[in-house]
Design a protein around this ligand. Structure first.
Ligand SMILES: Nc1nc2c(ncn2[C@@H]2O[C@H](COP(=O)(O)OP(=O)(O)OP(=O)(O)O)[C@@H](O)[C@H]2O)c(=O)[nH]1
Ligand SMILES: [Mg+2]
Ligand SMILES: [Zn+2]
Length: 311
């Protein structure tokens, strides 16, 4: 029996890296199922699998997947019941965002952060393209960083093109398996190329017409990086969340989690109940208005994508 790490998935094929560094193209055994998973991809980058080597052509047949430490899952499309596993066995996720060219909404950021909280994956906020900032964007970044840092997230402004703050980012990645996720065109692949010269990942344009990326990266891929790994992923347009219960959502906002035990009702949704400690914290400015608004939007199941950039 051979074992390995899934480093790339391209539809039916999985590239699996064994401990001696060999990469074997594998498929799933015909009857391969994982109980209870309604995902479009039963196996994702970062999974550890067992496979049988085919003597005929040297490809492999995946027979089992090891239990995951964690994974990040999103709904494949709006209203879809099917889910998509972005990656498995992560130490952390870097959400790559841009506040200009294109602009990532805080609605999108918060949906991602909530999901990462739910799956116990620590998240770092990486704002790329700081070389394009004017004073206004610089100020906007600072105001967002203040809110997210207070909530406990590490925030870093970088420029893949100019190399700004990449040493700081490298330090955060040391010895860890890190997922890079975000909208198309924010510079995930450019950032990985800058971190690891020689990686040679394809980088695409951002359309000047609608300020959207062109989905240049089409498959997730994992690369060795020092003692750890970095994972490049295709751009996500909307972050469809897997359903959480209404009571759960506020627990995934760290600054709400800190006060919600003081709400009068144990099942408070922090929307209109009297004696709500979360609403009080919003009024006192301890919880940012936009975080609370995004919380309400998630509670009501409203989708937000790149178009809602004013949020
Ligand atoms: N000015 C500036 N442009 C950047 C920076 N980083 C990336 N870009 C540009 O942004 C565009 C998109 O970069 P990609 O790395 O392809 O973006 P991506 O996030 O990988 O996009 P997808 O693969 O489509 O998800 C390219 O034209 C890059 O040259 C940066 O720090 N500053
Ligand atoms: Mg890319
Ligand atoms: Zn409450």
């Amino acid at each position: 029996m051979n074992k390995g790490l899934v480093v790339k998935t391209t539809g039916k094929w999985y590239k699996v890296r064994t401990s001696d560094g060999e990469v074997v193209d594998c498929r799933l055994r015909g009857n391969f199922r994982i109980k209870g998973i309604k995902s479009t991809n039963p196996i994702a980058v970062g999974d550890f699998v067992e496979f049988e080597l085919q003597t005929t052509d040297g490809t492999g047949l995946i027979t089992a997947v090891e239990e995951r430490r964690n994974c990040i899952i999103r709904r494949s499309t709006k209203l879809s019941k099917q889910t998509h596993i972005i990656a498995a066995n992560l130490d952390q996720a870097c959400l790559v965002a841009t506040i200009g060219f294109p602009r990532t909404s805080t609605g999108f950021i918060d949906r991602f952060l909530v999901t990462a909280e739910a799956y116990h994956v620590p998240c770092v906020l990486v704002f790329n393209k700081t070389d394009l900032y004017d004073d206004e964007l610089q100020e906007y970044q600072e105001s967002l960083f203040e809110v997210y840092r207070k909530a406990g997230y590490t925030c870093i402004g970088v420029s893949a093109t100019k190399g700004t703050n990449l040493d700081e980012l490298k330090t955060l990645l040391e010895g860890k398996t890190t997922l890079f996720a975000g909208h198309s065109g924010v510079g995930k692949s450019a950032l990985l190329n800058a971190l690891q010269p020689g990686l040679g990942l394809k980088v695409g344009d951002v359309s000047m017409f609608n300020m959207k990326g062109k989905h240049t990266t089409t498959f997730a891929e994992l690369f060795p990086f020092g003692d750890g790994f970095i994972i490049d992923t295709p751009g996500i347009k909307e972050f469809g969340m897997v359903d959480f219960t209404k009571e759960e959502v506020s627990h995934f906002f760290p600054e709400m989690r800190a006060v919600l035990h003081d709400c009068r009702f144990a099942n408070c949704t922090h929307e209109h109940e009297p004696g709500c400690a979360v609403k009080q914290a919003v009024e006192q400015g301890l919880i940012a208005d936009f975080r609370y608004d995004n919380y309400l939007n998630i509670l009501h199941g409203e989708e937000m994508d790149i178009e809602d950039w004013k949020k």
